[in-house]
Design a protein around this ligand. Structure first.
Ligand code: NDP
Ligand code: ZN
Length: 362
């Protein structure tokens, strides 16, 4: 085993905590002494021990003179837990291998500096790209203070998200839908437009075998058309926030609030996506999963607010000029303005295809 394979193991440990560490990053750590793994750990939940603490505790006496692998620069400041750099120094670790620096420009490099001052050998950049990809949400949130936006669509092979009569259940198969539920579990919040609520009456909860976490449900609804008996109101498994405008009728707002819905008002008659993301960022939402429909998708597209696009394509043809596609609204009138994407992943899920793409140039 070499540095790369130990770091790979640390990354695997971190990855298994997907969906449970927000707003903190996923971090894994492995302690190795004389070719033997003597400690392993991952950060499990915000406010609890960091990955290095678990790994060093497990190593015990063997941490002395050992090498520690960490997927993110060890912290050097007093947060909810004491600094990990102090623990590393106190336990006599002689070498620290780090995948990537802390993304916060105010602290980046300070953990390393502290370790080097204590005469510890430090190496940075082992599997850096993988580590940054794993924590892309965290890196994005720290730099922008707005959530990382993943927009998902499920279409037929001819790009339709529903039939001409508005029926959309189900275009894709079970396996693709299970994949979507896993993605819900991994996000802080899920967002749809009032059009989707009225057409489909979705519950927007996470249904996976292992239970899973329910993201906050966010509905864009300028005039509070959300029915009081809709599933997102009566189902209490997750919080529901309805984002509305100055046009919201006060009585309807009271009725929704009485039923436990949080009403978030923007100061205009339209909900501008950039404003919305600022508001959600301030409320601590680090990742947002946009599930449509086509008008909402178009607003995110035109606001250049999509960080990652996930498209499930079913081998089915729906046809029909009136049948909606993933993005409606105005779109771009010139090809040169179309959003160029880079495909990151293509795979078959059941009978369907999943394509993950990102806007070119970030
Ligand atoms: P949307 O769900 O996109 O909702 C659109 C409505 O949201 C608007 O009419 C508007 O109503 C409100 N809204 C508030 N702010 C904004 C904003 N900034 N941008 C856009 N809309 C805003 O409705 P659609 O009718 O476009 O799509 C619904 C259809 O899509 C259904 O048939 C559904 O089955 C299908 N669907 C398919 C999916 C798939 O993946 N296959 C996923 C989701 C939906 P107001 O002005 O009243 O606020
Ligand atoms: Zn720490």
């Amino acid at each position: 085993m070499n540095d790369v394979s130990y770091m790979h193991l640390a990354l695997q440990l971190a990855e298994r905590t997907k969906g449970q560490t927000s707003p903190n990053p996923m971090v894994g750590s492995v302690v190795v002494k004389n070719g033997e793994i003597v400690g392993m750990g991952a950060h499990l939940k915000a406010g609890t021990e960091h990955a290095e603490v678990h790994a060093i505790k497990m190593a015990g006496e063997k941490a002395k003179e050992a090498t520690i692998y960490v997927t993110l620069e060890p912290c050097s400041h007093h947060g909810k837990t004491p600094p990990c750099t102090d623990l590393i120094i106190k336990n006599g670790i002689k070498r620290v291998v780090i995948a990537t620096l802390d993304p916060n420009p105010l602290v980046a490099g300070s953990g390393i500096e502290k370790l080097r001052e204590a005469n510890i050998e430090v190496e940075v950049g082992v599997l850096e790209q993988e580590a940054r990809e794993l924590n892309k949400v965290f890196f994005h949130f720290i730099s922008n203070c707005t959530p990382f936006v993943t927009l998902k669509t499920a279409t037929s092979l001819d790009g339709k998200i529903a039939t001409s009569t508005g029926q959309s259940k189900w275009i894709t198969g079970d396996a693709a839908r299970t994949d979507v539920h896993q993605l819900r579990h991994e996000h802080d919040a899920i967002l749809v437009g009032i059009g989707t609520v009225l057409a489909d009456n979705p519950t927007l909860t996470t249904r996976i075998e292992t239970g899973g976490k329910n993201p906050i449900r966010i509905i864009l609804d300028r005039t509070l058309r959300t029915p009081l008996d809709s599933n997102i109101v009566i189902n209490k498994e997750a919080e529901t926030w309805v984002v509305t405008s100055v046009q919201a009728p006060k009585t309807k707002q009271d009725e929704l609030e009485k039923l436990g819905v949080k009403v978030v008002k923007v100061a205009h008659d339209k909900i501008k996506i950039k404003d919305l993301l600022q508001i959600l960022g301030k409320k601590g939402i680090t990742s947002l999963f946009v599930e449509g429909g086509s008008a909402v998708n178009d607003s995110f597209l035109r606001a250049h607010a999509i960080n990652e696009l996930i498209t499930y394509i079913a081998p089915k043809l729906i046809g029909g000029k009136e049948a909606p596609t993933s993005f409606s609204g105005i779109g771009f009138s010139k090809i040169e303005n179309a959003l160029p994407l880079t495909i990151k992943e293509v795979k078959q899920i059941g009978d369907d295809i999943k394509i993950v793409s990102v806007p070119k140039g970030g």
